[in-house]
Write a protein that binds this ligand. Structure first.
Ligand code: AP5
Ligand code: MG
Length: 210
């Protein structure tokens, strides 16, 4: 199955991707995570992406498209995958079509903007494995320590309120048009993301598994 998770920054794409991929046994691919990894290891890709990411802007299409192409060519993607954070623009969606990737379903997680800023300010991510937590909604067992790998939990640089607002503007201008793009193909499934994590994933899995 080939899935896309669509939604504003902080809508819970990463959170849902993790739950769905465990159930469907296909990898979840987060372009944001790949870029952050590249940044951490100081590769050319990371250096190219840094200024865009820190400012809450999108990394140029050609860079992200090449990166995604390479990732989905890996053997673990042969039975399908979940895309979290890609496509982000119409040209990215067209590139996916041009690669011959036939998307089954696009899950659009809807959360009102005013809720997003609160969510993001409480998010903490593991420096080592990238696992995501929330101080209130999904706290780690031990404060500041990752449950999965014992890495340190930190705040993402682009999670401050001002940058989050910029990311929301970018989302509405450049990414939201994808809803009509995929609705026109009859692939869009909209889910209310302003509820408990488990309730949302139950709805998504019901839609996918019948
Ligand atoms: P990326 O990492 O993809 O960031 P994003 O889309 O802005 O989304 P987030 O990861 O912030 O949010 P999420 O929806 O995954 O939410 P999460 O589950 O963590 O991209 C970062 C940057 O990389 C971009 O700005 C851009 O520069 C670049 N980039 C990446 N892909 C690109 C592309 N294709 N093209 C160009 N540039 C690209 O949840 C958020 C928080 O809320 C967590 O704390 C979580 O615990 C909590 N939470 C989750 N669900 C719930 C719930 N139901 N109730 C309460 N709290 C919840
Ligand atoms: Mg994410």
């Amino acid at each position: 199955m080939m899935l896309i998770l669509l939604g504003a920054p902080g809508a819970g794409k990463g959170t849902q991707a993790e739950l769905i991929c465990q159930r469907l046994h296909i990898p979840a691919i987060s372009t944001g995570n790949i870029l952050r990894e590249a940044l951490k290891s100081g590769t050319e890709l990371g250096q190219k992406a840094k200024t865009f990411m820190d400012a809450g802007n999108l990394v140029p299409d050609d860079v992200v498209i090449d990166m995604l192409k390479e990732r989905i060519a890996q053997p673990d993607c042969k039975d399908g995958f979940i895309l979290d954070g890609f496509p982000r623009t119409i040209p990215q969606a067209e590139a996916l079509d041009a690669m011959g990737v036939v998307i089954d379903r696009v899950i659009d997680i809807e959360v009102p903007d005013e809720k997003i800023v609160t969510r993001m300010s409480g998010r903490r991510v593991c420096e080592k494995c990238g696992a995501s937590y929330h101080l209130v909604y999904n706290p780690p067992k031990v404060e500041g320590v990752c449950d999965k790998c014992a890495g340190a939990l930190v705040q993402r640089k682009d999670d401050n309120a001002e940058t989050v607002r910029d990311r929301l503007t970018v989302y509405h201008n450049q990414t939201e048009p994808l809803k009509s793009y995929y609705a026109a193909q009859g692939k869009l499934f909209e889910v209310n993301g302003d509820r408990d994590v488990e309730v949302i994933s139950a709805d998504i899995l019901k839609e996918l598994e019948g």
